[in-house]
Design a protein around this ligand. Structure first.
Ligand code: SF4
Ligand code: SF4
Length: 315
């Protein structure tokens, strides 16, 4: 099979699996990205996310992730929700309405890789999604899947901003993406103006410590109490203000990945319909089984409760 034919096959199969974009790049050093990340870390913009400062050599050189690595396949995973939360509920980022994407995205990546293996039985591979020290967004740009916006999100001109990135690193050669997507921000600065905490300190530059997403998910419990007051709006897990305000957010269809749909409890209550009081009164015995497979378990109930108290919602 020629590289062109294989490329078409991979693209078709990825589409059938529900991926919203596919591109491939050759494995090569990513020194410019390392320099940028080191600058970010040197200013302590990463807060307590120590993992961002670790494994720099692997980040710079993806070939360290797989013996004989030659190519990286990059896939877009669409998670735009068919239905957003209503205003009066404490807000959860839409990628977290349903199940933890790490598991089911990797599963579909493996299915895709196994399909490619039918053509290359000797092929070795590893799959990742937000689960290894890799410059995923930069790889998606190199793969021609989008551009980085001033809000630091990957933006696809056809799929919008609500996509996750899946990675398959492999030791076979592939047809690599040549066409790149031009930056679509122009003179727009909507996201920078909309951030309630000035976390977007300059175009393409974020101080995570001032970001609601960091403070509702990643920062240790109690850290938010000691830091300078942060406006949360109604967010209790993540924040999509600078995403929703972006003109490109109108692009992309609602996801057809069922795993992203809101978890519904045995009592028929959906994740996106939990009120402030209900969160504050929830016990660990209820939270753990109900959200053990949800991204919300990363923050944990105590942190969610802490975040609820920072909102302006009545409870
Ligand atoms: S996610 Fe929210 S807090 Fe973070 S930079 Fe965007 S608007 Fe600001
Ligand atoms: S809101 Fe405007 S400046 Fe910000 S990422 Fe979107 S297009 Fe770019």
């Amino acid at each position: 099979m020629s590289p062109d034919e294989l490329h078409i096959n991979i693209h078709d199969f990825a589409t059938r699996l529900g991926f919203a974009g596919y591109g491939a790049v050759a494995v090569e050093k990513m020194t410019a990205e390392r320099v940028r990340l080191e600058s970010f870390v040197s200013k302590s913009y990463h807060g307590s996310m120590k993992y961002l400062a670790a494994n720099m050599d692997i980040r710079e050189d993806p070939s360290l992730l797989l013996d004989g690595a030659k190519s990286i396949m990059v896939l877009l995973v669409p998670y735009k929700p068919p239905l957003k939360q209503q205003e009066h509920f404490p807000k959860i980022s839409s990628y977290a309405y349903g199940l933890d994407y790490h598991f089911f995205v990797k599963s579909r990546l493996r299915t895709l890789a196994e399909k490619v293996k039918e053509f290359y039985p000797q092929m070795n591979y590893r799959v990742f999604t937000d689960s290894a020290p890799i410059f995923e967004k930069a790889l998606a740009v190199k793969a021609g899947l989008g551009f980085i916006g001033k809000n630091t999100f990957l933006i696809s001109k056809t799929q919008g901003l609500q996509t996750l990135i899946g990675i398959i690193i492999t030791d076979i050669p592939l047809k690599y993406s040549i066409e790149k997507v031009s930056n679509g921000c122009g003179k727009c600065t909507r996201c920078i103006e909309a951030c309630p905490n000035g976390a977007l300190i300059a175009p393409f530059e974020m101080d995570a410590r001032r970001c609601i997403s960091y403070n509702t998910i990643e920062s240790p419990l109690g850290e938010s109490l000691s830091s300078s007051p942060l406006i949360r709006e109604d967010n209790i897990f993540g924040c999509e203000i600078c995403m929703d305000i972006c003109p490109w957010s109108s692009k992309g269809e609602p996801t057809n990945w069922e795993e992203f749909l809101p978890i519904v409890s045995q009592q028929g209550r959906s994740t996106i319909e939990i009120g402030a009081r209900e969160w504050l009164e929830m016990e660990e015995e209820e939270f753990r089984p109900r959200f053990s497979k949800s991204p919300l378990s990363r923050a944990g109930l105590s942190k969610i409760k802490e975040s609820v108290t920072f909102t302006k919602l009545k409870y």
